[in-house]
Write a protein that binds this ligand. Structure first.
Ligand code: MBD
Ligand code: FE
Length: 311
């Protein structure tokens, strides 16, 4: 039973007053956005006959989400972060910007401040008996295949429990374990010596998992490694690759998987000479192609609150 009060004068006056839409004070862009979002909410309450109990359950949920510090995690799980990528991809296509390594979502677990090394960085600081050695290496080039010197390649990933340093509830990791930053030399090449990650799962008692449970969804990601790659005159790329063979590759709760971001995992020997924890190791070659700036600007820089720490 819809009461159909949304279009009535009383409701429309209330919306206009609550967002001060006709007033001159406040931030015009913020007022425009909030007016639309509040209006869509009011309309949904009317159309779906959302009850007071349901509204208060939603309000209380937002409080819990904030207490758990999981709003950005939920944004990933609801596909909001993926949706922003879909829109940026479309914007790039319209501008004829192609040939670069595909973007995919940043997620909420980056920490700024990792030590920057030249060419290669060993980033497994803490022992992790369940994780085997992994070498990630590749070349950063422009869309013509020319190597980019002095590119900054940042990477971050989980340990064998699916936990990230700085956010690890077990306290098993120091700051910047499995996080690194490398400057490329003239050849554009970078390498990280690290350990094989395992997929992430949302905190089981958290507000995000609670919502996913109500949707009948899981809150897991396949094993993956995140990257920021930047170079002068080029657009900063936010991307990830997945670890080939992970059963969740096409069932990521955050929808970050892309066909071009599943590099081969190659079995190698010679880890002893590299100082790895065993002679047998796995190697992933992940080459990165950066696109040029648009009218002298990087139009894909995203500002968001990010953790930071001192190395
Ligand atoms: C992650 O590791 C992640 O990458 C995303 C997008 C969400 C939660 C945890
Ligand atoms: Fe992640």
């Amino acid at each position: 039973m819809s009461l159909n009060v949304f279009n009535g004068k009383e409701t429309q006056d209330l919306l206009a007053a609550a967002t001060n839409i006709a007033g001159s004070e406040g931030n015009p862009r913020f007022k425009q956005i909030l007016n639309r979002l509040l209006s869509d909410l009011f309309k949904a309450i009317d159309d779906l006959d959302i009850t007071p109990d349901e509204v208060w359950a939603g309000v209380n949920y937002l409080n819990q989400l904030g207490r758990d510090g999981e709003a950005a995690l939920l944004a990933a799980g609801l596909g909001l972060e993926k949706y922003l990528d879909i829109r940026m991809d479309h914007e790039d296509a319209l501008a004829g910007l192609d040939g670069g390594t595909p973007r995919t979502i940043e997620g909420p677990l980056y920490v700024a401040g990792a030590p920057v090394r030249e060419g290669v960085s060993r980033i497994d600081v803490n022992p992790d008996p369940d994780a085997g050695p992994l070498v990630i290496r590749g070349k950063v080039t422009d869309t013509n295949g020319a190597p980019l010197a002095n590119a900054l390649v940042e990477c971050w990933h989980a340990n064998s429990k699916g936990f990230y340093s700085h956010f690890d509830p077990t306290g098993a990791q120091t700051e910047f374990n499995l996080r690194g930053a490398v400057k490329t030399g003239a050849d554009g090449e970078y390498a990280f010596l690290t350990l094989m990650p395992v997929g992430y799962g949302c905190p089981p008692q958290g507000a995000t998992q609670q919502l996913l449970d109500a949707l009948g969804r899981h809150g897991n990601r396949p094993a993956h490694v995140h990257f920021f790659v930047s170079a002068d005159g080029h657009r900063k790329l936010t991307t990830q690759f997945n670890i080939e063979g992970d059963p969740l590759i096409w069932d990521d709760f955050a929808y970050a998987t892309r066909e071009a971001l599943i590099p081969k995992v190659v079995e190698k020997t010679g880890g002893d000479a590299l100082g790895l924890k065993s002679d047998a190791y796995k190697e992933i070659v992940f080459d990165v192609v950066l696109t040029g700036q648009v009218e002298g600007k990087d139009n894909q820089i995203v500002h968001r609150l990010r953790a930071s720490a001192q190395a």
